[in-house]
Write a protein that binds this ligand. Structure first.
Ligand code: LLP
Length: 441
């Protein structure tokens, strides 16, 4: 069994995380429950930040909070001196509510509304990552009306797309995000903002994909951005002060995944940027990155209670848990793979093959197909590893299943970070039917 972070097993077979017994957590908070190992999140954050510091490179490591967003995680991110990437008014609002310093918030999105952009100006965030021409027009309107400056990056698509071990270069990147670097759109966007009295262009941004295990794609993309920056410097005396290379650093979900350490990605990026700085005679920009999954993914564990079982003779053995695609849509949506253990029998032999089904009314609601586990009985606890990124944040109320609670653990202590939704929560925005024109006899 592979353990993440502070996980261990007690003599009586209980899975421990952050020095806390998961069986105890299930009694205190109920299931399904997300458990976050704060020590591991801190370690990942420091892995990125310390590498930049060690190499003397000015940087911001922005937590891509779409991976998991709530007030407590933003407060932890602030404690670790991370910056923050938000992608909606909702995430921005949550960040501000948490007390996160606005100047370290970066706002992303391919269709930011007027109201969302106004919120960014109201709260005086550090940077808007501008995605398209419509947004440039909105930004001009808002900044001119308020006579208020705003720092921006232009998001560009470099024609490099990376996924896990492969990356592909496409001439014309077919993406809903950003300005194409190759077809003149990025140059047009640059011309529209470069001499604006309130819009302050810091540099360029790109994000080439997610769950990436190689550094080549990042290097290639960085090279393309630097080349463009050198042209703008030559033609317009533009000084680029920030190069944001996005997120996408891979993590281990199963034994098939072999991620690199955070510092390896960072070292490679820095090397490429430095080479380009030298080649094009530029000044060294700050390097910003936006890890999401690699900060919180393997620090999160989902704890479920096992209920019903079903044997399909000679075909499959099912066990069902008290959650499923409503708290983890990734297996159904992306065919994502997970490993698990029975948290109250973690020291027993794993001799049984089970398919873990959720409780939602959908045949595709399976969390693990043919996973090898200890013998399962009703009432046992199933811990599914590595659910910290895009689990809770993509949760839904399908079937009116309340969303789980989230608990933080560290050094033998635990605290609730998000309360379990109640049935009352589920109906709080529902209104009674009043257009009842048909009289019921
Ligand atoms: N920056 C930008 C501009 C992004 O679009 C993303 C992710 C990130 C940073 C963070 O990427 P990460 O380090 O977490 O890979 N729901 C999918 C992942 C969608 C990623 C969207 N963008 C999943 O569950 O795998």
């Amino acid at each position: 069994m592979h353990f993440y972070g502070t996980q261990s097993v007690t003599n009586d077979g209980h899975l421990m995380i952050g020095g806390v017994d998961t069986v105890e957590l299930s009694r205190t908070y109920g299931t399904p429950l997300f458990i976050y190992d704060l020590e591991l999140i801190r370690k990942r954050a420091r892995g990125f930040i310390d590498t930049f510091n060690r190499l003397g490179i000015k940087a911001e490591v922005a937590y891509a909070s779409k991976a998991f967003s709530c007030i407590a995680i933003y407060q932890l991110a602030n404690e670790e001196r991370l910056s923050l990437d938000v992608v909606s008014g909702g995430e921005l609002y949550t960040a501000i509510k948490s007390g996160f310093p606005a100047e370290r918030i970066h706002f992303h999105g391919n269709n930011k509304s007027y109201a969302e952009l106004e919120l960014a100006f109201d709260t005086k965030i550090g940077c808007i990552v501008v995605d398209n021409f419509y947004e440039i027009e909105l930004l001009k309107q808002i900044s001119e009306a308020r006579k208020q400056p705003m720092r921006i990056l232009l998001r560009v698509t470099p024609g490099v797309e990376a996924h896990t071990h492969d990356f592909i270069t496409t001439g014309q990147a077919d993406s809903k995000f950003g300005f194409d670097l190759n077809n003149g759109q990025a140059d047009e966007a640059f011309q529209k903002v470069v001499n604006h009295p309130y819009i302050q262009l810091l540099g360029l941004h790109c994000h080439i994909g997610s769950q990436i295990f190689e550094t080549d794609g990042f290097s290639l993309a960085a090279g393309k951005l630097m080349q463009k920056i050198s042209i703008w410097k030559e033609q317009n005396q533009f000084e680029c002060t920030v190069l944001n290379l996005g997120g996408g650093f891979g993590i281990r979900y199963t034994e098939e995944d072999h991620p690199l350490e955070p510092q390896v990605y960072v070292e490679e990026m820095i090397k490429t940027v430095q080479e380009n700085v030298k080649e094009y005679k530029l000044s060294m920009p700050e390097i910003w990155i936006e890890p999401g999954r690699s900060l919180v993914g393997d620090a999160g564990t989902s704890l479920y209670t096992i209920g019903s079982q079903k044997t399909v003779p000679n075909i499959r053995e099912y066990i069902a848990v008290d959650g499923g695609m409503s708290d983890n849509i990734r297996p159904a949506l992306y065919d994502a793979k997970y490993e698990a253990t029975i948290a109250n029998k973690a020291n027993e032999q794993r001799n049984f093959t089970y398919t873990v089904a959720g409780k939602l009314c959908e045949s595709g609601d399976k969390l693990i197909i043919d996973g090898v586990l200890q013998k399962a009985e009703p009432g046992d606890l199933l811990a599914v590893f590595c659910t910290g990124a895009y689990g809770y944040s993509m949760a839904s109320n399908y079937n009116r299943v309340p969303r789980p609670a989230v608990v933080f653990v560290e050094s033998g202590e635990h605290q609730l970070a998000i309360q379990r939704e109640s049935y009352e929560d589920l109906v709080q925005n529902d209104l009674p039917f009043t257009l009842n024109k048909v009289s019921v006899k």
